[in-house]
Design a binder for this molecule. Sequence first.
Ligand SMILES: Cc1ncc(COP(=O)(O)O)c(C=O)c1O
Length: 440
Amino acid sequence: MYLQGTSKINQLGHLEIGGVDTVELAKQYGTPLYVYDVALIRERARSFKNTFESLGVPYQVAYASKAFSSIAMVQLANEEGLSLDVVSGGELYTALKAGFPPEKIHFHGNNKSIDELAMALEANIGCIVIDNFYEIDVLSSLCRQMNKKVAVLLRVTPGVEAHTHDYITTGQEDSKFGFDLHNGQIEKAIELVKNQSHLQLLGIHCHIGSQIFGTEGFVLAAGKIFGKISIWKEKFQFVPKVVNLGGGFGIRYTKEDDPLPMNVYVEKMVEVVKGHSEKLQIPLPEIWIEPGRSLVGDAGTTLYSIGSQKVVPNIRKYVAVDGGMSDNIRPALYQAKYEGALANRMNDECSETVSIAGKCCESGDMLIWDLSLPTVKAGDILAVFCTGAYGYSMANNYNRIARPAVVFVENGEARLVVKRETYEDLVSLDLPLKAEVGQP
Ligand SMILES: Cc1ncc(COP(=O)(O)O)c(C=O)c1O
């Protein structure tokens, strides 16, 4: 069994994370429960940062908070000296509430609303990543109205296909994100932004996809961007101070995945950006990256309680847990694969192959197909590994299932960082069909 970070099997044969017995966590906080290995998040953050520092280049590592945004998580990112990528008013609000330094926040999104942009300007955030022509218009008039200046990056679609599932590939030409790098759109955008005194054009951004296992895609994308920089330099006297190559670094969900150590991506990016800059005789731009999954993905484990079972003779055994696509929609959305184990009986021999079903009213609500486990009983605790990214952040209330709690564990201590939703929370925004007596 592959255990990540501080996860290990303790003397009771239980799964332990961050020095805390997960069976005890399930008892104390209930299930489903997301458990984050804080030491592993810190290790990942440091590995990105230390690599840049050892290479002596200017950089920013921005945590893509869409992977998992909560006040404690944002504070942890800040403790580790990361910048922060937000993609909505909600993520920005969370960051500001958490006391994250606004000048280290980067705001993304293909359809930021006027209110969201105004909120970002009001907070004096570090930069806005402009995605399209409409946004140039809206942002520049807002800046004039509010008498604000803001640094911007222009997001480009470099036409590089990342080797990953289609649904989460954003770098192809046919993408809803960014300015096309090859059909004249980006040049038009550069001209427009350069003519706006309230917008300070800092550089270029691209994000070619997610769960990428090689460095080739990043090399290709950087090559295409620098190919254009030589033209922009002549035509617009524009040389980016920042080149943001996005996130997307792959992690190990199952034994089929063979990720690179994070330093390898950084070393390659630095080598390529340095090489191109020297060739073009331009100052080395700051290299920014924005990892999400690779910072928090394998640091997260979801604990479930096992309930009902159904045997379809000669076909399969379904084992149901007390969560499902409401706390982890990735298997249903992307056919994402996970591994799991019985947290309360880690040393027991595997004796059967079962498929883990969620409790939602959807046949597609299956978390893991064909998982080897010891003979499973109701009440066992199933740990599903590597659920730290796009798990809680994509959690929903389908079937009016309340969202789980989140616990951080580190050095033998557990800390509740997101409370479990209650039934009362679920109806808290609802209003009755008819006004009650005495109510408007
Ligand atoms: C623009 C951008 N940056 C960064 C990320 C983070 O990607 P990952 O979590 O795969 O590192 C994403 C993910 O969708 C993204 O769209």
